[in-house]
Design a protein around this ligand. Structure first.
Ligand SMILES: CC(C)(COP(=O)(O)OP(=O)(O)OC[C@H]1O[C@@H](n2cnc3c(N)ncnc32)[C@H](O)[C@@H]1OP(=O)(O)O)[C@@H](O)C(=O)NCCC(=O)NCCS
Length: 161
């Protein structure tokens, strides 16, 4: 069984290992984990972290689900959907009336489209080179572009009904 819970310090290495493979080397840092509200999916047999989701609220009150990733060995079991659902609950609990999520478009598709739509999000607009400046400043590698990410983001939004 998979349990969704808050991150604990012992999860950090496992989260970063999933992030490096699924999102690109050094895209997520220890600093990101401490600044965001971090949920993890734990496999209750092995007690290993098999997925995570980061969310946060900016000073101006804008709420974001920043990213979600699942160990490929555990894909297709509803873990990504459940992580986003808990993140939305958390942000709603803080009073969010809308939630944004910049999702990665690769080869013409947003592979996390389904899990966000299942949680009530819809695509609003595309932004090219969304991560470029950040990838240069922070020196992380995109799984597709390497250094200097030219990928497009599709901004998804959830609105309180
Ligand atoms: C996207 C991701 C989080 C999905 O996690 P998951 O636990 O497998 O998701 P769920 O089991 O809840 O949902 C799976 C659904 O997502 C869709 N999906 C997953 N990977 C997909 C892919 N590569 N291409 C297209 N659709 C995909 C499928 O439609 C699937 O639906 P189904 O099970 O009914 O067939 C995971 O594949 C991942 O970590 N990907 C790399 C990182 C990433 O792209 N993160 C999102 C952007 S920040």
């Amino acid at each position: 069984m998979i349990v969704i819970r808050d991150m604990q310090p012992a999860d950090v290495d496992e989260i970063l290992a999933i992030a490096d493979v699924q999102l690109g080397e050094n895209y997520i840092t220890v600093d990101d984990l401490s600044r965001c509200y971090t949920l993890v999916a734990e496999d209750d047999k092995s007690h290993k972290c098999v997925g995570f989701c980061l969310s946060y609220v900016e000073q101006d009150g804008k709420a974001y689900v920043r990213t979600v990733a699942v160990n490929p060995d555990f894909s297709g079991q509803g873990i990504g959907t459940a992580l986003v659902s808990k993140a939305v609950d958390y942000l709603k609990g803080l009073g969010a009336k809308s939630i944004f999520s910049p999702l990665w478009k690769h080869d013409g598709i947003v592979n996390s489209d389904v899990i966000f739509r299942r949680n009530g999000f819809h695509p609003t607009r595309e932004i090219s080179d969304y991560w470029y400046a950040d990838s240069i400043a922070k020196g992380y590698s995109c799984p597709v572009c390497g250094k200097g990410c030219h990928c497009t983001c599709v901004m998804y939004e959830w609105l309180k009904g």
